[in-house]
Design a protein around this ligand. Sequence first.
Ligand code: SAM
Length: 380
Amino acid sequence: MTKDFHSKPFDESTKLKLDIFRECFKEWLPVFIHNPYIEHVFIFDFFAGSGKDKTGFYGSPLILLEEARGENRKYCTKVRKKVTFNFYDRSAQKIEELRRNVKDFFWECKEKNCCKECVYEIEIQRCEFKKLLEKEEIQGILSNTKFGKFVLLDQCGFKEISPNVFRILTESPKTDFIFFISSDFVRRFKEHPSVKRYIDTSGINVDEGKPIEYHRAIANYYRNLMVGKENYYLHHFSIKKPKEKGGNIYGLIFGSNHTLGMEKFLKVCWKHDKYSGESNFNIDSDYEEGNLFYNPNRTNKQIKMRQKLEQMILSRDITDNIAGFKYALKNGCLPILFTEVVLNLEKEGKIRREGDVKNASTNIHKVKEYKINVISNEHN
Ligand SMILES: C[S@@+](CC[C@H](N)C(=O)[O-])C[C@H]1O[C@@H](n2cnc3c(N)ncnc32)[C@H](O)[C@@H]1O
């Protein structure tokens, strides 16, 4: 795990991880740039690395800068507030290389686009992650409600996102985060004191016969740390390395205290996994493309979620659209799934909708509430 990450070409699973970082940030940035209540936007890459792999393939910091420019410079030409990128790494060598790579990036960007000064502010500093989190300056930024924060934590391994770090992240307002974790390593060495010191593995519940579900279980471990945070959203994406590379599973965990943050992340996840929206392999044993029974609209995850939503509506545990949308989001499904269930129940004459009834199922923070009345069912 301590091997130099940038000394070889990135493999396909690392490129997928970087793609997800890219798409996640691409969805996030315009929301915060255009939000009139946000005065200053901060992008933190706490484990930034050198910026490129051996072949020149972009790592996370350059990916973030590239996305902040946007296609045809659609963001940098329009930004009207301060946007600061903070890149950190504990390695002096990585920081030196990153400074060089960022300088080259700006030089090329200015040349190509004929601009004098970049609108973005960049801070590159050598520093240990834990020390940074203790700094008053960083704490002040994270706790400021007028600052929008995107936090990327591409740690090596699993040790950095302790329960306390996780608490800080989930309690920071206007802050979305995404972190990497080497889930298979935690699974294989779960009894080892050097793992237990950082993660209470007794709190990870997983069927031992299903190692492919370990990242899902780790995400649940973090979910269980969020006692009393009903309006917080967490989702995960499992990435399996190819067999010839060991087939290990690691993954990403994304957190947001806003429904829009989770909607955007789920959009990225379902784009990459049309079966379950959570992995780069067939985690729920669905029929695959080419099979006679393949149906991307009726995958095991979707069927299970539809049944659960139907049951909760008919038993009156969900009585309005907003609660239904949030339930879907909390369980890794896009809100449209809830609307499909409601429309079906309505068609079957089992429910009636009352109030401002519309079928809008995106940007759910802006959707008006309607009530759902159960007409007749076996639960009556
Ligand atoms: C997996 S690499 C990050 C790769 C980077 N995101 C990219 O896309 O190229 C992890 C980086 O974190 C740095 N690192 C490891 N432990 C650290 C710590 N405790 N604090 C800060 N940086 C650390 C390493 O030097 C390494 O460059």
